[in-house]
Design a protein around this ligand. Structure first.
Ligand code: HMG
Length: 384
């Protein structure tokens, strides 16, 4: 992984505001789920505008030279045929000689994209692959899942001699056909069996870890930090304790927590960003105070339904020169806080009375905006 950037919705809601409407103790969300707030998208933001805004940061720094593939990972699909990445490709000004494709398997598909990218780069080390993972998590209002929504995108490049993380060949994969979470085509919100989704996640990550060990992976004790998919950050705590117990780790609870705590800073404030979440965990870790040069970091990716993958990488020499720590913090603090009424109004714009024709209000400060739909064609434009 050569570069990694993120974007998110331009609004945020404190989970105490939600707790007041739902009649819950805010501590249930702050401590029980490990979430402080969540991002909310503006009317004129969607997966394309967020994804392109993340990728633009990478292209601004290194240009598009060498990029011959763009993979767009999402489970918030905007069309049954056309890949969201094709819109992003135009907004980013990439040339015509690029293959663009969309990938889906709940929150997992960005990791599949990364592995496919590694194969392309292994075949031709002069190529770079741009991966965008972008999602908006929406559940039924007033449900137990409502505080675990969120929105965000990451973009990363996969290249030979990477500046951030050198991925190791060993990996573990796991698939099981379970109905813990899914979103039928007719619905704008996911259907979820919350408690069974937690069990499905733990089983799948453990299955992927066992497969990783069976395919040349190193033992648990040789891994320094662990980035888990974080639908809410407490889930990473549950997953890490589960893996540690399975591996017979002798680390005490504080030492185990130290292996995951620095991965949670962004997800705690953004909420669930589905495909982007595990890479936001990695970005928060890299952006942290600790010098991680040479450390072995695990990526534990999970997508409901269910597919999981476990792999590791070594943090590259000089990685800190490639970070955007201050800009990333500004991106989060720059979001506008909304009250419950404003949040509910934004949520309602997800379902339009006439989805074939509508215009959106100008709200986003992002470089790109979603202007609406004209005769069933989505309109995207630069904001400036
Ligand atoms: P719930 O039933 O409202 O919450 O739903 P709960 O009663 O289980 O409480 C949650 C935690 O808060 C518990 O902690 C409580 O003890 C604690 P735990 O025992 O689990 O450690 N608590 C308190 N703590 C402090 N002060 C208090 C207090 N009260 C309670 N006063 C649930 C929670 C996560 C099930 C719900 O929000 C939900 O359904 N969310 C959506 C599903 C989800 O996120 N599942 C995660 C695994 S599946 C996954 O990661 C895939 C996914 O990202 C989709 C994809 O792949 O595309 C979702």
């Amino acid at each position: 992984m050569d570069d990694l950037a993120f974007a998110t919705g331009s609004f945020r809601i404190d989970l105490a505001v939600l707790a007041a409407r739902l009649g819950a103790d805010p501590e249930k969300y702050y401590r029980g789920l490990g979430q402080s707030e969540m991002s909310v998208v503006a009317e004129d933001e969607d997966i394309v505008t967020m994804g392109a805004a993340a990728a633009q940061q990478i292209l601004d720094r290194s240009g598009g030279a060498g990029v011959r593939t763009l993979m767009f990972a999402t489970e918030t699909g905007i069309d049954q045929s056309k890949a969201a990445g094709v819109y992003a490709h135009r907004l980013l000004g990439l040339g015509p000689n690029v293959r663009v494709v969309e990938l889906k398997q709940a929150c997992y598909s960005a990791t599949a994209a990364m592995q496919f990218a590694v194969a392309l780069v292994a075949r031709d080390p002069s190529e770079k692959v741009l991966v965008i993972a972008s999602d908006i998590a929406r559940y039924q209002l007033d449900s137990a899942a409502e505080p675990t929504q969120g929105a965000g995108a990451v973009a990363f490049t996969v290249a030979a001699n990477p500046a951030l993380l050198e991925l190791h060949p060993a990996n573990g994969v796991y698939t099981d056909d379970v109905m813990d979470f899914w979103r039928p085509n007719h619905s704008t919100t996911a259907i979820v069996d919350g408690k069974s989704s937690i069990t499905a996640y733990l089983d799948a990550v453990a299955g992927a870890f066992d497969d990783y060990l069976a395919h040349g992976g190193v033992p648990f004790e040789q891994i320094d930090r662990f980035c888990y998919h974080q639908p809410f950050t407490k889930m990473a705590v549950k997953a890490h304790r589960h893996l540690a117990a399975r591996a017979g780790s002798e680390l005490d609870p504080a030492a185990l927590q130290a292996q995951i705590e620095p991965t949670m800073g962004y997800n705690r404030r953004i909420g669930n960003s589905y495909t982007a979440s595990v890479y936001l965990a990695l970005l928060a870790l890299l952006d942290g105070d600790e010098d991680l040069t040479g450390k072995r970091v695990a990526i534990a990716s999970y997508g409901s339904g269910a597919v999981a993958e476990f792999l590791t990488g070594t943090v590259a020499d000089g990685y800190r020169a490639g970070l955007r720590r201050a800009e990333n913090e500004e991106r989060l603090t720059g979001r506008t806080p909304v009250d419950d009424a404003a949040y509910l109004a934004l949520q309602r714009t997800a379902a339009r009375p006439d989805p074939s024709n509508f215009e959106t209000a100008r709200q986003t400060p992002s470089p790109f905006r979603f202007g609406g739909v004209r005769q069933d064609q989505r309109v995207y434009e630069p904001t400036a």
